[in-house]
Design a protein around this ligand. Structure first.
Ligand SMILES: Nc1ncnc2c1ncn2[C@@H]1O[C@H](COP(=O)(O)OP(=O)(O)OP(=O)(O)O)[C@@H](O)[C@H]1O
Length: 291
C-alpha cells in the first residue's frame, strides 16, 4: 500500500500566488475532506497532485517515486472534476470502455448496478445528458476505476438531494467493499461531515488545518451566556468568532480552554460542528493556526 506525499507545493499564476508551500500526507484507505472557500486553491491543488498541471515548485511522491509524468503512479490516481474530458458524441458505455482501456480494469458489475440505481442509460450519448447526469456518469467512473487514490472535486455538482444521498451511500459501500483513499473537495460540509475521517482546510492557498475531524471538533467550543461572563471566561483564549442576541453572547473558541478557570453557572459550553468551525476559521484572519 502506497502513501502519497505532497511536498512544499507552491503555485503562481502570473503574479498571483495561488498555493503557498502546501505539504500534506495522504494515507492509504482513508476518506479525506478538502475544504476551502471559493478561490482558496483546492482545484489547483488536485490538478497538481494528479499531474494535470505542473506546480511552480514542490513535488508529489507516491512512497519514494515522483508522480510527475510517471504513468505507473498516475494509473493509481483518478481525478473527477467539473472538466468534461469525454467527447459529447460518445455513448456512456463507450466512455466506460475507454476508461477500462486506460486503467486496465473497470468494475463493470458495479457500473451496471449504479447505472440502474441512478437510472443512467448506457446507450445515451454523453452530450445529451443533463448537468446532473454528467456528474453522475463521472461519479460512476470514479467508483469503478481500480485506482487507489480517488480525488473528487465538487462531486455532487448539479445533483438533487436524493441523488446526493444515494451517492454518499454508494461511496461508503464501495469503500467498505474495496478500501481506497478518497479526497472529497466540497462546499457542502454538513453533508460530508460524517463521511470523512480527516480534513484539510485551505485558506488563501495555505494549509490551515490538517487534522482528524474528531480531534478538530474536540478543540472547538461555543461558549454562551451573559456577555460579561462570556468575555471574562474567554479572555486570552483563541476566540475565532462572536455572535450576540440581545444580552446573550456566544464566543467561538478554537484551541484549549483554561482548565483553571471556573465555569460560571450562567455559561454553557458546547462543541461546534465542522461547518460552523470552518466558517469561523476562514472568516477573516484570526490566530487560526493555534494548536
Ligand atoms: N489557469 C489559471 N490561470 C490563472 N489563474 C488561475 C488559473 N486556475 C486557477 N486560477 C486562480 O487560482 C485561484 C484558486 O482557484 P481554484 O480553482 O484552485 O480554487 P478553488 O478553491 O477550487 O475554488 P472554488 O471552490 O471556487 O472552485 C483563483 O483565484 C483562480 O482564479
Amino acid at each position: 500500500m502506497t502513501t502519497l506525499h505532497v511536498n512544499h507545493i507552491s503555485q503562481h499564476f502570473g503574479k498571483h500566488q495561488v498555493l503557498k508551500d502546501v505539504t500534506m500526507t495522504l494515507e492509504p484507505q482513508k476518506i479525506y475532506g478538502l475544504l476551502g472557500r471559493n478561490g482558496a486553491g483546492k482545484s489547483t491543488l488536485l490538478n497538481i497532485i494528479t499531474n494535470r498541471i505542473f506546480p511552480s515548485s514542490g513535488d508529489v511522491m507516491l512512497d519514494n517515486t515522483e508522480v510527475f509524468e510517471n504513468d505507473d503512479c498516475l494509473s493509481k490516481m483518478y481525478l473527477m472534476s467539473e472538466a468534461n474530458l469525454y467527447a459529447e458524441r460518445l455513448k456512456v458505455r463507450k466512455i466506460f470502455d475507454l476508461v477500462q482501456m486506460s486503467y486496465g480494469q473497470f468494475d463493470w458489475p458495479l457500473a451496471h448496478e449504479l447505472a440502474g440505481k441512478f437510472q443512467v442509460n448506457l446507450e445515451e450519448r454523453f452530450g445529451r445528458l443533463s448537468t446532473g447526469y454528467h456528474s453522475i456518469v463521472k461519479l460512476i467512473i470514479a467508483l469503478c476505476v481500480p485506482a487507489d487514490y480517488i480525488f473528487l472535486d465538487e462531486p455532487v455538482l448539479g445533483l438533487d438531494a436524493n441523488h446526493r444521498e444515494l451517492f454518499y451511500q454508494e461511496l461508503l459501500a464501495a469503500y467498505e467493499k474495496r478500501p481506497r483513499t478518497f479526497v472529497i473537495s466540497t462546499h457542502l460540509i454538513e453533508e460530508i461531515a460524517n463521511l470523512v475521517e480527516h480534513v484539510f482546510m485551505i485558506d488563501d492557498g495555505q494549509l490551515l488545518a490538517d487534522e482528524d475531524v474528531e480531534e478538530l471538533i474536540a478543540r472547538s467550543y461555543a461558549i454562551t451566556g451573559p456577555r460579561p461572563a462570556v468575555l471574562a471566561y474567554t479572555e486570552g483564549l483563541n476566540v475565532v468568532g462572536e455572535e450576540s442576541l440581545g444580552q446573550i453572547t456566544t464566543n467561538y473558541v478554537f484551541g484549549t480552554l483554561d482548565d483553571t478557570r471556573i465555569i460560571p453557572d450562567s455559561v454553557t459550553i458546547e462543541h461546534l460542528d465542522l461547518q460552523k468551525l470552518f466558517v469561523y476559521l476562514t472568516n477573516g484572519r484570526h490566530q487560526q493556526n493555534e494548536h
